[in-house]
Structures are given as C-alpha cells and as structure tokens.
Design a protein around this ligand. Sequence first.
Ligand code: BF8
Ligand code: SF4
Length: 625
Amino acid sequence: MAKEPRPIDELTIWDDAKAMLKKARREGVETVHDRLDQQTPHCKFCELGTTCRNCTMGPCRVSEKRPRGVCGADADVIVARNFGRFVTGGAAGHSDHGRDLIEVLEAIVEGEAPDYKITDEGKLFRLAGEVGIETEGRELMAVAEDLMECFFADFGSRKKSVSLLSRVPEVRKEKWAKLGMTPRGVDREIAEMMHRTHMGCDNDAPNTLIHAARTALADGWGGSMIGTELSDVIFGTPTPKMSTANLAVIKEDKVNLLVHGHNPVVSEMILAAAREPEMVARAKELGATGINVAGLCCTGNELLMRQGIPMAGNHLMTELAIITGAVEAVVVDYQCIMPSLVQISGCYHTKFIDTANKARFTGAIHFDFQPRTAMKQAREIVSIAIEAFAERDAGRVEIPGEPIEIMTGFSNEAVIEALGGTLDPLVKAIADGDIRGAVGIVGCNNPKIKHDSLNVGLTKELIKKDILVIVTGCVTTAAGKAGLLVPEAIEMAGPGLKKICGALGIPPVLHYGSCVDNSRIIQLCAALANELGVDISDLPVGASSPEWYSEKAAAIGLYAVASGIYTHLGHPPNILGSETVTNLAVSGLEDLVGASFFIEPDAVKTAEMFDERIKAKRKGLGLSE
Ligand code: BF8
Ligand code: SF4
C-alpha cells in the first residue's frame, strides 16, 4: 500500500516552497520528498556503512552475527573504506571543477578562448607571486602560462605538496607532515584512495582515514582553491553588491532562464548572451518584457557573487522552481542536479539543457560546451529559452511571494578592502570580543531534514552570541530568505556584532560564495592564524554543515577538520557501524589535528557547543570574554 505523503508543513520552513509543493501535489508532479518516502526505511547496513561491494566475492554485509566479509574485512575496515571513497568522490568533483578553470586559463593563454579573458590581472600576479613564479617586469600572458602549468602540476605526482600550501601556517604543515597527511597532488591522492580501498590493501581503519583527510586537504587547499582563485582571475573577484532571493525572483512577464550546477565557465557566458540587445529584442517580439537569468545552487552563487543575479533557490528549491510553470529553460553544468529535473521539466514547457559531456542527462537537450565556441553556444541556448516563452501555459503559472533583499560579494579581498587594507581591525574586533568568533555555515539541503530549518536556526543562534557567520553554497539562499543577509539583520545579532557590522554597514552573516569558495574561508583562517602567529586550531572559529547531503560536503567537512577547524554536522555520515571510525571522527582527530567533528541535530544545542569551543579558544589565546 502506498504511504500517505507527509504533511507539507513538515517538509519546509518556507512559504514559497509550501505553495509549490501544494501545486505539485495538485498537478501530480512527484518531488524529492515523495521519493524519500518511497525509499524509507533505508537499508540498515548501508546506513551504518557496513555493506561492502568492493569485490565479487561479496557483496558483504557485516554485523555482530557475521562480523567479517568473505575476505575477512571487519566493520572498521569496511566503514573506513566506504567513508574514504565517499570523501574522495567529493574531492574529485570539486577538483575536477577546479581543473576545468585551469583549462579555460590554458585556452586563454593559447588564444583559443576568444570569449573569455583575464579580468583580474592584479589577482593573477598576486597568485603567481604566492606560488613562487617570477612576476617582476613580465608580460601578463607569460605569467598566466606559468601559473597554468603550476596548477596543472598540482594535480599530478611530481610535487611534494600542492602549491597553495604556501598559505598554511608552518605549525600546521609540520603536523600534516608528521601524520603523512600532506596533500601532494590532487589526482594522486584520489587515485591512491581508490587503490588503498581495493580488496587486500589498506586494512587499518585509522590509516585509511588519514589518507581520506589527505585527499580532502588536496581538495580544500588544491582543487577547490584553484577553482575559486582562477574563477576570480577570469571572471573578476567579487565585491559587495545587493540582489534578491526566493522563487519570486522568477518573473511572470519575462523569459526565465535558470542556471544550475557549479561552473561559472558556462553560466557567465549564458548571462552575457542573455544581456545582448538582439536577444532581448527577440524576447520582446514574443511578448516578454525581457530576459531574466536567475540562479540555483552553486553556479547561482558564483553569478550572484560576481554579477549580482538573483537566486531562485537552493538544492530543495530546484524542482519547485520549475513547478512555478514560468521557467523557459534550466541550463545545467554539473553536480547536485537532480535527474528528476528532466521529468519535471517535461511536465511543463521548460527546456532542460545540459552542457557538459561529463554530466549528461537522458532526455535533455545537449550542448558540448567548449571555451572556443562558448558565446556562439550560449546564444543558441538562450535562443532556445526565448522561443520556449511562446509555449508557456499562462494558466499554469504561479509565482509565490515577493523577493527578499540580500547582500553578497564578500571575497577576502573585498573584506580586507572594507577593513582598510589589513586584517588588523578584524583582529582587534576579535580581541575586544565584539566578534567573539566566527563559524562558516556551509553546504546543502537534505529532504531528511525540514528544509532550511537547521541552516537558518543555527545562523540565528550564533549571531545572537556575537559569533560572525559566513555562509556559502546552499546555506546562502536559506540565510537570504530569512532576512539575514542584509545590514538590517544586525537587529537579530548580539551587541558586539551589532556595533561592528553596523559601523561597517555589513550584515552579521556574510555571503562568501559557492561550495568551492569554502577555500576562501580556510584561506581567511590561515591568514588570521599567520597574523597572530598561531595555528588554525588555536582560533575561535568553527564550521558547520547542518543539512548536508553530498560527498562534496563530506570532503569539505574533513578538510576543515584536518585544517584544525571544529566542525558540526547536523546528521552523521554512514560510519556509525564502526566504533573505531566514529570515535576517531568525533574525538580521536582532536589529538591528531586539533579539531574533530561533532554531530548534533538541534540548532540551540549546536550553538552552545560552538559557544563553549569559542570560549575555550579565546581563553587559549589570552582573550577575555
Ligand atoms: O556544492 S551546497 S547541495 S549545490 S553540495 Fe550541492 Fe550542497 Fe548545494 Fe553546491 Ni555544495
Ligand atoms: Fe566482501 Fe571483502 Fe569483497 Fe568487500 S572486499 S565485498 S568485504 S569480500
């Protein structure tokens, strides 16, 4: 017998989402929530991480009754291997995205990418200097070529460590070296994890986890960081600006084109094409007043940070955006794009267009998007969206609510500029206790958790305690919709944050970008630690992914912990089947890297845990409350 669907009020905190979930049920459109109901209860072994499919002597499921797989692997080994591969999947995703940016830089250097350019020349020179490339008196393109070679080499096997480890405090690097955790090359660590987890290799759970951390560090200080930095070089380093968020950014009178995925190489070009007068003129011929490019998920964050486009929604809003019936096209690149979007698009006039050969969707219109032909392809894609406007069924359009104002664009460069060129005022605010500490709240939505309840709940609790919050990824739209990303949000903050953010005219919650941009947060932590002459683990900082779902979020969490940042997860990864692995994650890592994970589903309790940690770290630094 089919299960009763859960009441809509239990699924999400947002009115726009509720309205669309009602519409979905009315129109017989299945969503992620319906499919979660179909999939629960989940397999207990898989939840505990005690299933192994790494060879055909199995698959094996271990338990107290049958404690070893066919090969003899026990729960510790199996859980560690599964978690290692899980983290590695995330590191591979981020880092392959980073590599795509290097390839665009390569195409620019070779004159093969006429539609892209180096926008932030100063940043390119600064980066080159940081990784030891001679810049004095040299031509831009010569330096760019060296930087491109250096970053490509960060993916290989010939380096002792990835180049941007130059940013990491020496004490931290020494810790990593001692533990065998120094990330050498991105692809190398990823390949080695696949090797280690083959039957008959790394059969010592802690050893596997150390390599998982190394792989995650290769992502954070390698692939992701390269992705962020080269995106800034090519598309411009973000600066503060205003925009809007929620489903009401979709406009009834416009051609609505949603960009979804992660790579700005595609979405930047789509936006540029949509702004061309010929395109707008054609949209007007068909009765629209213009073309509206809005963002979903992380490529939305990328365009929001740099171009100020509005955000239609985060992960659990992606299906619901199409259900408005007012979306002409969803243009995707890769990662976090639910395949269900193809079916949901098919229920409306929406064209679903994929652009990456490595992320194709059966039933989609496919473009093999290439730097050489980017603008031409972008124009074709935008044209498909425009022509779809004529097919829209006005009777099925429902756009709920009003857009909410948000402030975005806080790169480290922008923050330092706002502070007058140095970190000193930030250090002083922390020392004075106006900013007691900082927590990065990052990551996803997960239909197992009431949509955005924890993302928003935790953010509110922390700023009340004068803990500055930095958001990226899907937490951005959550914080934005809750009114937390505007300067007026200081009214929800404690007295210290109110004073400091009020003086600077900034929100107590800063939008720092997409998920690869978590590299901006660890870079800031490293800079603060260097400024104070301490390790990152000595800082009054933390990280959280309250509603995480993805392999990438696990990689981020692990590189944060391995970098010395105390990290909260709203629900555990599939590791609870091994006491060894679980204990290592939630306490043992503290002894090794000076930080660990903690799991807590309640926002108030989580904020208290961070508060305690921050108190202890402030004390350690000799700072009063
Ligand atoms: O990389 S926050 S749901 S969109 S994984 Fe995905 Fe999670 Fe959103 Fe961006 Ni990040
Ligand atoms: Fe089973 Fe061992 Fe093969 Fe895994 S590697 S499936 S535990 S026999």
